[in-house]
Design a protein. Sequence first.
Length: 495
Amino acid sequence: MGNTAAEDHSENRSQESQNGSCDDNSVATNGQIKPDVLKLMAQIRERVKEDASQQEDVRPAFRPESSEPGKGSNRKAGELLYSEELRYINSNYSYSLRNNFDSLTSHRPGILGKFIVKVKRKLLSIIWDSLLKEYFEAEKEYQANVVRFLNDVSKYVDERDGSNFWELIRKIDVDVTKAIERIERISDEQMGSIRSSERRVFDALDEALASLRGSIEGLTGTVQKHDVGLCELESVASGLEGIIAKLGKDSVPRTQEEGESKQVPDYSYLMLENRFRGSEEAIKNHLKIYPPIFQNASAPILEIGSGRGELLELFQEGGNEAYGVDIDHAMVEAACAKGLRSELGDGIAHLRSLEPNSLGGVVAIQVVEHLTQAQLEELFELVASRVVSGGKAVFETINPQSVMALSSNYFRDPTHVFPLHPDTLSYTMKLAGLPTPKVTKISPVPQEAQLKPIPVESYMTPRWAFVIERMNWNFDRLNDLLYGHQDYFIEVEVP
């Protein structure tokens, strides 16, 4: 604005000079018009103040450089502070105020020349001290402040740029960290949702498979039950057919006195055996474990309570000499019809009638539970005396330690006297003079009919895993009590 006023003033001044006139701001010297600098500066100051007062409330427009990459300033941080221009200013702003008046000379020779030199030096010294020295000192101070200000501005700009740079770096780092945390959180939520969905699907599949498995097991059990029922019906039907065919026939050797009347045999127990004990094929499969025990028998083997003769058939197939004694006429008749040696009579009475050491072994399957304690003691004493030394004696009975065997098998037969614990039977045999017997439990209950253990899954906590393992341990104890082996046999070698 000041420059504009000066230009206008100079134009007016030139016009006035052309017109050969002068105004208040010019003076004429020797016919030449010169500007009055002091008045012009005063006018410029007044105009500047007036313009400043008028523009006091108006903020100048600010147009920032574009922040897009590749546009705006190409300067780097620190370039201003370490620029060549600032280095030059710092090196050359200062100059000495001392005047070298010795350099003044005169071309005039002699005393006149020296006098002229002295006059020049004196005049310059007066002019310097009175006019120029103060001005140049102020100028020097001004330049020093300008240079100092430029250095401070350069440092400020550099520090500001550096601060802005690192602040931007920190902001970017914080933003990136927050973004990564959010991404990780979203990823965790997604993974949790996926795993939860997978667990629900797997649980649903496990539940469906468990339900399907339970249905299959139920159907399998029903089929097995029906198979057993069919076998029982077939056994009953074949037994009835045999009984009807044999009515009125007497193919059993009897020990009757002369004049004793002939009676019709009682087939009720044979029918009970056919109905509940199982088919002859199933019984033979159950009794296959006994012939190998007597394979080295040196004398005939006696089976007490030979029934329908399933074990006698196995002895015959294995080449062992064996015969049976049974008190039931229908049973003996059924065995004799198969070509087996079976006699009607009481087993204990038959042993009493034999000579000592005349038998190679004695076996009684599901017989001892039909005897009283006195009969048991006599039976074991006779076995100890009638079987040769080294011969075997085997007695099978229902296992009372299994609740299922006791409730389903023992109490089904009305002719049973008392259930026999393995310890009780072993002790009775020891009192009869037999050595310590060997007890073997047989006829296990199928796993499908027992209590099922709870599986320990990998996702369970240690506390729940421990609880389930403890429950499974209790299930095992309950299985042993409720669904233990249904039978056991005692094996002893006669001394």
